[in-house]
Design a protein around this ligand. Structure first.
Ligand code: ARG
Length: 264
């Protein structure tokens, strides 16, 4: 009985695989006649330490809002991608050197970055927030003068602090990643953290007995996140914008946003 069943299974498998192989064969031929069989896989770099936009799971998998967005964009526009957790500064270097094709990492579209990179249409709207202790006398950005402020280096959070207190402001502590800045705040090594609202709100939501406050200074501008490529890489940028347009129109982008941020 048992042997018979196995025999039947393998027959079904053999026939099935045979059909599959011939199906792929003809598909392959079609692709070949269409010109080109090897499809390019674009390397997407990210700094997977920016929850809930980019996160590194215990099993090494990169997840988060931006990951879902980029996967949906690639699917909608029909191109293949592979993920690389580069970190923040190395993401820009990777694009410069060509080891990374695409960057998505809650990157704000800025005039300065546009000198070296091209950005997609925006996919997310953000702003800076100041995180301070609940009993802190600080109520505006200007009130932070003289205080120790933690930011992730080379971010728009650092920019607003430098704009307010100068490029060489002594109290500014620039970290390689956002979790280190937040850790130092909760350990009392800095008085404040300035960073993107989505991330700061994510961290403070995790705190049990809330002993902090969040401040949005009037000077903080609207920031738009964009997907970034090396300047002039218009072929891939065309595809990215095509996919982004599709997922904006069919509601997928909003669905992803809601999944991570609800009705915020
Ligand atoms: N939006 C800010 C900027 O573009 C911070 C982004 C930081 N992203 C990250 N994955 N660490 O400067």
């Amino acid at each position: 009985m048992k042997m018979g069943k196995n025999w039947l299974t393998s027959l079904v498998l053999t026939v099935g695989v045979g059909l599959l192989v011939s199906a792929c064969g003809s598909g392959g031929n079609q692709a070949a006649s269409g010109g080109g069989t090897s499809e390019k896989v674009y390397v997407v770099g990210t700094d997977a330490a920016y929850p809930p936009f980019q996160m590194l799971e215990a099993d090494g998998k990169i997840t988060g809002h931006d990951i879902d967005v980029m996967n949906a964009v690639a699917e909608a526009a029909g191109f293949k991608i592979e993920w690389k957790n580069t970190g923040w500064d190395p993401l820009f270097d990777g694009l410069d050197r060509g080891t990374v094709d695409i960057g998505i990492s809650s990157i704000t579209i800025t005039e300065k970055r546009k000198e070296k990179y091209d950005f997609s249409e925006p996919y997310f709207v953000a702003n800076q927030l100041i995180l301070v202790a609940e009993d802190s006398p600080v109520n505006t950005l200007a009130d932070l003068k003289g205080k120790k402020i933690g930011v992730q280096g080379a971010t728009t959070g650092g920019e607003v602090v430098k704009k307010a207190f100068g490029d060489t402001y002594e109290g500014l502590k620039e970290y390689d990643d956002m979790p280190s800045a937040v850790d130092d705040f909760f350990n009392g090594r800095v008085d404040a953290v300035v960073g993107d609202n989505g991330v700061i709100q994510y961290y403070v939501k995790k705190i049990e007995n809330k002993k902090f406050k969040l401040i949005k200074d009037d000077s903080f501008e609207v920031e738009n996140y964009g997907i970034m490529v090396k300047k002039g890489n218009s072929e891939i940028m065309g595809k990215i914008n095509e996919g982004l347009k599709k997922i904006k129109e069919n509601g997928k982008l909003e669905e992803i946003r809601k999944q991570y941020f609800g009705d915020e």
